[in-house]
Design a protein around this ligand. Structure first.
Ligand code: 13P
Length: 287
């Protein structure tokens, strides 16, 4: 059974570790992440972007696949199925489709509109037992028109959004999605500390988990980060392993072209990445 992410993240906050959100793209991704979570006895959040939802033919297909897979694989650790960076419409669709958690990303709206939409979705999500993450509009991070170091959220806006009854909060602290540029200045811990102090202990979410050095991850967890999102890193390890298989000519040997063989190294690579992150985040044996 899928669960909301509230309890697992409150436990993570109290226990000073973080739960990983790993984004899924297909059956192989989902299976690799679920099996690793079970093996390590770790809670896990499966993230689905709107684009990935569309790719997998729709949120209902995703919810049905994940729900059945948890059952068929005998997964007993807590699993949340979470919409990542949802629009207002997408959030409503996922509540209907059987997700157990949603993110409403209203960060591009003016703060009052973000607040109005978030308030409405909090009520709707909670009435159906789902958890909800919100994101706050961001400031700074821009120099000469070039955004090089990610955005930094305003603690007062964080406080306003956190007080709406959301279950966890995403706030920019210099983090960005995808690979970090070579001249990245690192996470802004002063900003994180102010946000943490302004938001009354609500579990904080760190997006852009790919490529953040281990010491920064640990410091972020010590300052209230309880959920860390990882997407690109699994994609990179899957691609590298698949490339290795094809470049070694293995698809040309025997039945090496069978997708169950061709995709196997990529699946193992995703498992290794997820394992590494769960160990770093401290969620192993916290199920
Ligand atoms: P990365 O792709 O940088 O790991 O970020 C993932 C993320 O934050 C999804 O919301």
């Amino acid at each position: 059974m899928l669960v909301s992410a509230t309890e697992m993240l409150n436990k993570a906050r109290d226990g000073h570790y973080a739960v990983g959100q790993f984004n899924i793209n297909n059956l192989e991704w989902t299976k690799a992440i679920l099996l690793t979570a079970q093996e390590l006895n770790s809670p896990v959040i499966l993230g689905v972007s709107e684009g990935a939802g569309k790719y997998m033919t729709g949120f209902k297909t995703v919810a049905a696949m994940v729900d059945s897979m948890v059952n068929d694989l005998g997964i007993t650790v807590p699993v949340a199925l979470h919409l990542d960076h949802g629009s207002y419409e997408g959030a409503k669709a996922c509540i209907e489709a059987g997700f157990s958690s949603i993110m409403f990303d209203g960060s591009h709206y003016p703060i009052d509109e973000n607040i109005a939409k978030t308030t409405e979705l909090v009520e709707l999500a909670h009435s159906k037992g789902l958890s909800i993450e919100a994101e706050v509009g961001a400031i700074g991070g821009e120099e000469d028109g070039v955004i090089g170091n990610g955005e930094v959220a305003d603690p007062d806006e964080c406080k306003r959004i956190a007080s709406l009854g959301i279950d966890f909060l995403a706030a920019g602290i210099g983090n960005i999605h995808g690979k970090y540029p070579a001249n990245w200045k690192g996470l802004d811990f002063e900003a994180l500390d102010s946000i943490h102090n302004a938001t009354d202990g609500i579990p904080l979410v760190l997006h852009g988990g790919t490529g953040i050095p281990a010491d920064m991850i640990k410091k972020a967890i010590s300052l209230g980060v309880s959920k860390i999102n990882v997407n690109t890193e699994c994609q990179l390890s899957f691609a590298a392993a698949t490339r290795g298989y094809i470049e070694a000519g293995k698809d040309l040997e025997g039945k090496g072209f069978d997708p169950r063989k061709l995709l196997a190294p990529g699946v193992e690579a995703i498992k290794a990445t997820v394992r590494e992150k769960m160990e770093l985040f401290g969620s192993v044996n916290k199920a």
